[in-house]
Design a protein around this ligand. Sequence first.
Ligand code: ADP
Ligand code: MG
Length: 465
Amino acid sequence: MTQKLFSELGLSDVLLKAIDRLGYEKAAPIQGEAIPLILAGHDVIGQSQTGSGKTAAFAIPAVEKIDPQIRKVQVLILCPTRELAVQVAEEVYKLSVFKRGVHSVPIYGGQSYDRQIRALKQGAQIVVGTPGRILDHLSRGTLALTNVQMVVLDESDEMLDMGFRDDIEEVLRSIPKGRQFICFSATMSAPIMELIHKQSAHPRVVKIEHKILTVPSVEQAYYEIRGRSKTEALTRLIDLYDLKLGMIFCNTKRMVDELAEELVARGYSADRIHGGMSQTQREKVMSRFRSSAIEFLVATDVAARGIDVENVEVVFNYDLPWDEEDYVHRIGRTGRAGRPGRAMSLIVGREIYKLQGIERYTRTKIPRRQVPSLEQVEEKRTNLFFERIRTALQNGNFPTETPIVDRLLAQGFSATDIACALVHELRKDDALRRDSPLTDRREDHKDSRPAQRRPRDRGSKRTRS
Ligand code: ADP
Ligand code: MG
């Protein structure tokens, strides 16, 4: 992994703080390459696949370059659709929270002109919009682009596919010469190249090539999560497959913290590791994980770099990494030394595109599986429990327990009742845990932060069936 840290890219503290708050640990490859070039004032053409972090690659330097004293549009970002414009505007907003006096506004069709006009009048410096609505504002005289220093075409392949070429060129004509020209796209077709060459004499090209990667022989699967929480799906899978040692990867420090807490609250033995923790803290967690004192380690990629623990049964991708190489590194944590291993990815919405990217670059087909129902989980655990008892009966090595049973019989309890009571007591912890969080309880325990490091007695925390 050759990814850079954001702190290596020449960004100001206010931007680094905002990035840290977004939870990004390291720069995506496209970000690491493009940000310094854009900061240096070059025209930049950036190409990398969907889901690889292109938005922040231009939004970070765009916010960085704004002069908050000047209350005029300094950056124009063109997006193909209203949804994308809103998404990009949100990212721009989050990146500028600590930079005082920087304002951005999304401008798209379907929303009232009034609100947009008000924001423009108030001196927004960053406009994120769709070409059609931008043109409307230009012709109404409610938007002036004469101070624009940087223009960004985001998802240019889509914009051209949607027939925005003339609109884009018209918008670009109302921006004075000398502006910085930035263009991002997942693919580079001839029409895009043509448009670029008309707009920029010597653009720097940043293209993130994807190596074909060899995946370790691990049983991979993905689960499309619809309408329920990822955590619920995660715990059902853990229960169904009776998993006892695993790593769970998230993309951000914040998600790692949240998930570790959530798992502990649900009765699992889990802890976390991420770049926001001190070296000592991390080592402590690692040694506990190595000695199986914790069952599940929730981690970010950076923190988990180089971690090699034997017997890891499963790797979960709670979030899919945007970098295929990270995916391969992640799943390589299991199935070591010829042991079987599983890799399970939880997919929501747009993550399916990332998954397809991973399939492409690893040349593997990752099968889709159903998230098990509660009934399936219950049935499976009952069967496991049944087998455990049956095996114990067959082996017959429990004579030391005879005195207890004799005493109970002497009290007049029937053998059947005694057996039932024992089964019930044995399965109580298990049932308790399963009864509580049938739905997404994230809201419920947001404020009651569960103890992260409460001492856990491995014997009693879960019924081993
Ligand atoms: P693209 O435009 O290339 O399709 P996006 O900019 O929409 O990709 O980013 C995809 C996802 O990756 C977003 O959810 C974003 O928050 C996340 N992301 C972007 N950069 C980073 C980073 N450096 N670290 C972690 N997550 C990131
Ligand atoms: Mg994008």
